[in-house]
Write a protein that binds this ligand. Structure first.
Ligand SMILES: [Zn+2]
Length: 111
């Protein structure tokens, strides 16, 4: 497993979610469960209690952890809750995700 910046970023984003077991993350990254656990340990990633929207403070990251699999019927009320970057609504990792998505060029039909 070569840990590219992108792979590390994916690991950091997936790791806090309860449903993302090491096996799920390993499958997403195309590596082994042991590689994922080892890397998470080296990055000192810890499982954290997720916050519900009502628990978010003014300086807590408002990135929904289920944004990619949004399904209101499953009650996806889990938010990042990490300290935000100065002047931003999200923590550093989620700023990168949110602004990368927002800045993707819009595809318009040419001609
Ligand atoms: Zn965040």
């Amino acid at each position: 497993m070569i840990w590219t910046d992108e792979a590390i970023e994916t690991l950091k984003l997936m790791w806090p979610l309860e449903k993302n077991t090491a096996a799920v993350i390993a499958a997403a990254l195309g590596t082994t469960r042991n590689a994922v656990i080892g890397k998470a340990h080296r990055l000192k990633l810890a499982k954290r209690p997720h916050k519900t929207f009502a628990q978010l403070g003014p300086k807590d990251c408002r990135y929904n952890l289920h944004i990619d699999t949004w399904n209101p019927t499953k009650g996806a009320d889990e938010w990042c809750g990490q300290p935000v970057k100065e002047g931003k609504p999200y923590c550093e990792a989620h700023c990168r995700v949110a602004y990368r998505k927002a800045s993707e060029p819009h595809t318009r039909g040419e001609g």
